[in-house]
Every structure is written in structure tokens, then in C-alpha cells.
Ligand binder design. Structure first.
Ligand code: 13P
Ligand code: SF4
Length: 330
């Protein structure tokens, strides 16, 4: 990997960050991060909800939660260090799939309301209350919760996973945790009954059908795309629902003239920068966990090699089994 000259760095973000803001707030840290990446043989993986100076400025690999966990393998990246600019469960998943790499997060407090809504003991209690039902667990959970599960899913493949267990495992109902909205949205499409858990994304639960009605009234012809962590009434009012990667593919294929993304704020900023011809209506809510990451913290993380993510070996083996079952479906 070759270090990028500081003057060339602004070219990466000129479509997304004003020059004066870049020069005064971001340029020093970005240049230091580029040098540290070379020194430590590190790559920066950034979720689609990271702010533009991270997403466009210093990230080597960007995507949804699953893409980030798989990125090293998919791209044959020989990095020793993976710095995950996202939230804790994403870094843990990256560690499960890349056990020999050092996985760092810039801020250990970057959590997730869904991951925090459920413990391994809660899953054991659900299994005891519903014996025989397979446990389908959203990737937005701790490794300890994944370890109690039969199979994982993401927002991008949940329907496929539910259809697979219906057809290949012959089950008619399942435990699907921890997002009650994702479970309702996906089980309705897959045609399977699910027992769920009262977890919600604190960002997506705030959107309402009235938000969408107001957007349509104020912006005729707008195409509305929602994340499936939104309530079923919100997803029903949208034109399309999908993971953050599926939102991006939808926009790149359909090229709507006017678009409203019912999701976290930075998704619109990052998509707008890459699709300037799309008029973006921005009814966004901020994820406070995603927003804990900054260029200054990423720089410090690489300088000090903190905070390293580790997973207990027994938990890791069992959690990886649930992830591998999902990956086998393709
Ligand atoms: P994606 O996997 O769709 O990127 O979602 C992650 C997330 O945290 C959504 O709130
Ligand atoms: Fe968790 Fe929601 Fe934030 Fe995603 S947006 S990390 S699901 S709290």
C-alpha cells in the first residue's frame, strides 16, 4: 500500500466535504491515518452510516454490516489490522470471520440498541419456552447471543434465510431475534410464523407512516426507500425496503429523480455524493453510536492499537457456526 500525499486526499472528498471544513477540521488527521495504515498494514472498513470525511476520506472498504465482515476475504486483503468504523457488533463479527487479524474499534462505547436489547440468558429462556424452534439471529447482536443461535441473518438476506429453514429444515415457525420489526417484516414475506423479542433500532423506530405521507405530499413523484428495521406500517408505506447495501443498489439501478431514504442521516449524504443527479429529500435520524467515530479517534486507535476486539474461543466457535450456516446459503 502506498501512502497518499496530503494534497491528493481532498480529491477523494471534494464532492462531499467543503474545502474549508476539510482543511480546518479533517486534513491533518486524514493524512496521519493514511501514514498509519501503511506503517501498520491496516485497512479501514466503514459502515454506510459513517460521516463523509470517514466514508469517502479514509475508508478502504465500505458497505453494510455483512459486507464489512466479509470484505477481507472477498477482496483478498492481506491486512494485519482491520479498523472497523461502525459499531461494536460489526467489529466482533469481523473478528469472528478474521480471527488471525487484529480488529480495532475507535470507540468501545459505539454500541447498538438492538444488540443491547438481548443477552445469551434471554435466548436460553426463549429456547426453553419454545422447545424445538430454531433460533434465527440478526447480525446486530453480541457474539454470546449468536453462540446460542442456530443461524444468523442480516437485513439483506433475512427472507432467504427464513425461506431456507422452511424448505430445507422443514420448519413452520422459528424464534427470530432481537428486532421485532425486522422479524415482522421478513416473516410476512417469507410466510413463516415467528416468535420474537421486543428489541428495536432506536433510529428506525422513530419513523412513522405520517413522515412518509408528508414527504410524498411535499415532494410529488418522490421514491421512498426504507430500512426493514422500520415498523411494518412504515415499510408498507415505502416503495422499496432493503439493507443499506440494497438501498444503494436500488438507487444505482433505478436512478430515481427524487429520493427519500428512511434511515440514518449519513446514508443520504454518502449516496448523494456518489449520485449527484438524484435529488435527495433527507428525513433522517442520527445513530448516536455510529456518530461516536471521528477521524481523530480513528487516528488515535491506529497510533495506540486500541481498542482491540477479542472473543472468547468457545463463544467464537459457536457463534461462527451460526454465521457459517448463513453464509452457506449464499
Ligand atoms: P445494514 O446491514 O443494512 O447496513 O444495517 C446495519 C444497521 O445497523 C442498520 O441500522
Ligand atoms: Fe443499531 Fe440502529 Fe444504530 Fe444500526 S442504526 S447501529 S441498528 S442503533
Amino acid at each position: 500500500m502506498v501512502a497518499i500525499h496530503p494534497d491528493a486526499l481532498y480529491e477523494r472528498v471534494r464532492h462531499a466535504v467543503p474545502q474549508v471544513e476539510w482543511t480546518t477540521s479533517f486534513a491533518d488527521d486524514a493524512a496521519a491515518i493514511e501514514a498509519l495504515k501503511v506503517e501498520k498494514n491496516a485497512v479501514v472498513l466503514a459502515h454506510n452510516y459513517q460521516t463523509p470525511e470517514i466514508f469517502h476520506g479514509v475508508a478502504d472498504i465500505v458497505g453494510d454490516s455483512l459486507a464489512l465482515a466479509l470484505a477481507r476475504e472477498a477482496r483478498a486483503v492481506e491486512a494485519d489490522v482491520l479498523l472497523l468504523a461502525g459499531v461494536h457488533f460489526m467489529a466482533e463479527t469481523a473478528k469472528l470471520l478474521n480471527p488471525e487479524a487484529t480488529v480495532l474499534v475507535p470507540d468501545l462505547e459505539a454500541g447498538c440498541s438492538l444488540a443491547e436489547s438481548i443477552t445469551a440468558a434471554d435466548v436460553r429462556a426463549l429456547k426453553a419456552a419454545h422447545p424445538g424452534l430454531p433460533v434465527v439471529t440478526y447480525v446486530n447482536t453480541s457474539a454470546a447471543v449468536k453462540a446460542e443461535s442456530d443461524i444468523c441473518c442480516t437485513s439483506g438476506n433475512a427472507v432467504k434465510v427464513l425461506q431456507h429453514i422452511t424448505q430445507d429444515w422443514g420448519v413452520r415457525s422459528a424464534i427470530m431475534i432481537p428486532d421485532e420489526y425486522l422479524a415482522a417484516n421478513m416473516s410476512a414475506i417469507a410466510g413463516i410464523e415467528v416468535v420474537t423479542h421486543p428489541g428495536r433500532c432506536e433510529v428506525h423506530e422513530r419513523f412513522t407512516p405520517k413522515d412518509i405521507a408528508d414527504i410524498r405530499e411535499g415532494h410529488p413523484g418522490v421514491v421512498v426507500v426504507a430500512h426493514p428495521e422500520c415498523a411494518p406500517e412504515v415499510v408498507a408505506a415505502a416503495d422499496f425496503a432493503g439493507s443499506t447495501a440494497q438501498m444503494q443498489s436500488y438507487v444505482e439501478q433505478e436512478r430515481p429523480a427524487r429520493l427519500a431514504l428512511i434511515t440514518e442521516c449519513s446514508m443520504s449524504d454518502n449516496l448523494a455524493a456518489n449520485n449527484p443527479e438524484v435529488q435527495m429529500i433527507r428525513p433522517c435520524n442520527l445513530c448516536p453510536h455510529m456518530k461516536r467515530n471521528t477521524l481523530a479517534k480513528i487516528r488515535r486507535s491506529l497510533e495506540t492499537m486500541t481498542h482491540e476486539i477479542t472473543v472468547d474461543a468457545d463463544v467464537a466457535d459457536r457463534a461462527r457456526r451460526a454465521i457459517d450456516r448463513m453464509l452457506e446459503i449464499g
